[in-house]
Design a protein around this ligand. Structure first.
Ligand SMILES: Nc1ncnc2c1ncn2[C@@H]1O[C@H](COP(=O)(O)OP(=O)(O)OP(=O)(O)O)[C@@H](O)[C@H]1O
Length: 717
């Protein structure tokens, strides 16, 4: 049925509409897209689609027993058959969120609380790293570590023994050097000196052998620890049935193993080296110990004091780093969705926020790293300086030149490198190990730091709030603006129904977008609601009255018709009473007609329909509908010739019309996003929810959002 007749029938003012020369003035009728047969891929996708939550939770729209493959008209146009990417990609949102269950909107549905799957209930939080956690018997981490070490006392003894051999080298080298000088070269006995140097060389060889054995023993300690962690993590992954978490956690286990080995090595090395050096210093001259020990202890204490804050900064940095990586990981496969949703700026803001967060964390970490350098200077380098500064005094108090040289060797060749390894190894690996172990043993999953809303999001929220404020509150006991109950409609007795058992309820003031592939039945739905078509089964009520409900509904079709006459006559076409000019101007301003109105010369200016662009005709038709007394507006691609800004303005005008209810057949993602709820028509799988819910729960909606990116922008007017 031509759009002009639709408008006429709906508003009850057929006689006032005049056409020039008996032909439509709406310009060329846009080409209807040819139907096509669904691709096997698409069908497979539908079969795969897990619509259970939208079917179960978010809809009261039942469009049952459809056989979409049999009806050409229900088929999808090629331009509306976007490539179906991997599910993980299509479910990714710009914000990189997971997939929650769409929640039903009780305002939009008539049969709330449909059977909910009990498995939807969140699983109780369990300790992920403790295989025995199911029983709730979880011992503290330090107890488990002690038990682990007790079970491996033999390994610890071996580790100690080989470490003593390794540390013996430290002791012997310094001591032998001192003796070589004092008893050998300075005493004119080169042979003795060489013998002591030879002893030092042997000690180095023995120490190297000891170091090699130490590595093996450390592996015997670290590998079982890793195995335990792997067992715990796999058990957790199986419990949570989360392969992603599993792979992420096993990766963390590997990090834990490597860092644990590093921590054991550097800590053990420092302890044994320091013991060997201090014993050596004491053996050479107790006075040397008095010079070296205080700064060494001060340096170690300073380093120890930085450990906890460093671990926190390290954790903050890792968290920020992972959040950024996660953001980018979710973003890259979802670029198509981002573009489709027009969310480029918002996503850029989010990534900026994550990058800034990482930068701040890195700076904080760097600041604390300076303290580590200070600890190294005090504990490792200051003793050497003190030895040199106090050398005359030491030599005057019985310290021999050989002992002084040996002390310098202890400090520069043993203590400083060992402390250096400790500070850098423990400062980095230790902090990292703390973080990883904490996550593995306590936190189920890394949680992202909240990101402040982007300026765009704030703007949207402000717009929404403003719209909400401008919209009168819904009357509590008012009948629904629209209710469809088990509506079935087909164009012929033998044809497959376009709608089959559809239920839908909209409260007064609601804003619903209808989306779906070409030919799925969106215009048919608006035609039924407008009373242009009559369902074979079911009932349709508009504000409690059975359809057709004259003067309750206004349908604005894609083809806008403008009559000859003045602009004011065009705009007042659906009104019985004379429309005051002020009201007319207000409506024009709300819908976005004012510039055209001024160009034409005001409300009294004559209109030449053929000279108007398609977009200008749509603006006139929209303003006419806005001024009509009908509270339920049906926009069936009525803004397709407007640019996105003009479309947004017109839709907002209808959405905030006092007492008005809006149903929009959306042809742009921006249009769908403005609606409170979106009805996705997909044959048997009709679903209803918010944009976010449907992105997560409706494969077809994901496809449509993707397809919108490929759709060329509408031609200007
Ligand atoms: N007058 C008619 N007679 C027979 N079949 C029709 C008629 N009008 C529409 N159909 C068929 O009904 C089905 C639904 O059409 P409808 O126009 O409602 O779909 P649509 O979702 O609005 O499509 P589009 O997005 O392309 O406008 C299609 O298969 C179409 O071919």
């Amino acid at each position: 049925m031509p759009g002009r007749e639709r408008e006429r029938k709906l508003t009850g003012r057929p006689d006032q509409e005049r056409e020039p020369a008996g032909k439509p003035t709406g310009g060329p009728v846009p080409e209807r897209k040819p139907p096509h047969t669904p691709t096997p891929d698409r069908d497979r996708g539908r079969d795969r689609a897990d619509m259970s939550h939208t079917d179960r939770d978010a809809t009261d729209i039942r469009d049952q027993d459809r056989k979409p493959t049999n009806t050409p008209g229900q088929d999808q146009h090629p331009t509306n058959t976007p490539h179906r990417g991997p599910r993980s990609a299509s479910t990714s949102t710009p914000a990189g969120t997971s997939t929650p269950t769409p929640s039903p909107d009780r305002n939009l549905t008539a049969t709330p609380g449909r059977d909910r799957d009990p498995t939807d209930a969140p699983a109780p939080d369990r300790n992920p790293a403790d295989p025995g956690a199911d029983g709730g018997q979880r011992s503290p981490a330090h107890t488990r570590v002690r038990r682990f070490l007790r079970e491996r006392w033999r390994v610890l003894v071996r580790l100690g023994a080989w470490s003593v051999l390794e540390a013996g080298q430290t002791f012997v080298v310094g001591y032998a050097l001192a003796r070589a000088l004092d008893a050998g070269f300075l005493a004119g006995n080169a042979r003795t000196g060489l013998l002591w140097l030879g002893a030092a060389g042997l000690a180095v060889c023995a120490g190297a052998y000891g170091t090699g054995r130490v590595y093996r023993v450390v592996a015997a300690l670290v590998e079982p620890a890793r195995d335990r962690l792997v067992t715990a993590v796999v058990a957790r992954g199986v419990r949570e049935a989360d392969a992603g978490a599993l792979s992420g956690l096993t990766q963390q286990v590997e990090i834990a193993r490597d860092t644990l080995a590093g921590v054991v090595m550097v800590t053990r090395s420092f302890l044994f080296t320091a013991a060997g050096a201090l014993i050596g210093l004491f053996s050479l001259a107790p006075l040397l110990l008095a010079v070296v020990l205080p700064p060494l202890l001060a340096g170690v204490a300073l380093f120890a004091a930085t450990l906890r804050p460093l671990a926190h900064r390290q954790e903050a940095f890792l968290t920020a780093d992972e959040a950024l990586a996660e953001e980018l990981g979710a973003l890259v496969p979802a670029l198509r969705d981002v573009t489709a949703a027009g969310a480029e700026d918002r996503v850029a803001d989010t990534v900026d926020a994550r990058t800034d967060a990482e930068l701040r964390a890195a700076r904080a970490l760097a600041r604390w790293s300076v303290a580590r350098v200070a600890a190294l200077a005090v504990g490792g380098e200051l003793p050497a300086v003190l030895l040199l500064v106090t050398a005359p005094w030491l030599l005057g108090h019985g310290v021999t030149p050989g002992a002084l040289l040996g002390a310098l060797a202890y400090v520069t060749q043993s203590l400083l490198p060992a402390l250096n390894s400790l500070v850098h190894g423990l400062g980095t690996s230790g902090a990292r190990l703390t973080v990883v172990l904490r996550r593995l043993t306590r936190t189920p999953r890394h949680r992202e730091a909240p990101i402040p809303p982007s300026p765009d999001a704030r703007d949207d929220a402000r717009d929404d709030a403003r719209d909400h404020e401008r919209k009168p509150a819904r009357r509590p006991h008012a009948p629904p603006a629209l209710s469809l109950t088990s509506v079935t409609f087909s164009y012929g007795p033998a044809s497959t129904p376009v709608l089959n058992g559809l239920d839908l309820t909209l409260p007064e003031g609601a804003h619903l977008a209808v989306v779906g592939p070409s030919g799925i039945g969106k215009s048919t739905l608006t035609g039924l609601v407008a009373g242009l078509l009559t369902p074979q089964h079911g009932t349709i009520r508009v504000y409690g009255r059975p359809v057709p409900a004259p003067r309750a509904t206004v349908l604005i079709p894609q083809e806008a018709y403008v009559t000859t006459g003045t602009l004011a006559e065009n705009l007042a076409l659906f009104r019985d009473d004379p429309v005051p000019e002020a009201e007319l101007l207000t409506a024009a301003d709300a819908v976005g007609l004012t510039p055209l109105l001024e160009t034409l010369g005001g409300p009294g200016a004559p209109v030449a329909p053929a000279e108007l662009s398609a977009g200008e005709r749509q603006l006139i038709a929209l303003t006419r509908a806005y001024l009509s007394p009908a509270p339920l507006a049906l926009l069936d691609e009525a803004t397709c010739h407007l640019d996105p800004e003009a479309e947004a303005r017109a839709e907002r005008a209808f959405a905030t019309r006092p007492g008005g209810t809006l149903v929009v057949v959306a042809h742009r993602i921006s249009s769908a996003r403005r609606a409170e709820r979106i009805l996705v028509m997909d044959g048997a799988r009709t679903a209803c929810g918010t944009h976010g819910e449907l992105l997560r729960g409706s494969d077809l909606y994901q496809d449509l959002v993707g397809g919108w990116t490929a759709r060329p922008a509408p031609l200007p007017g």
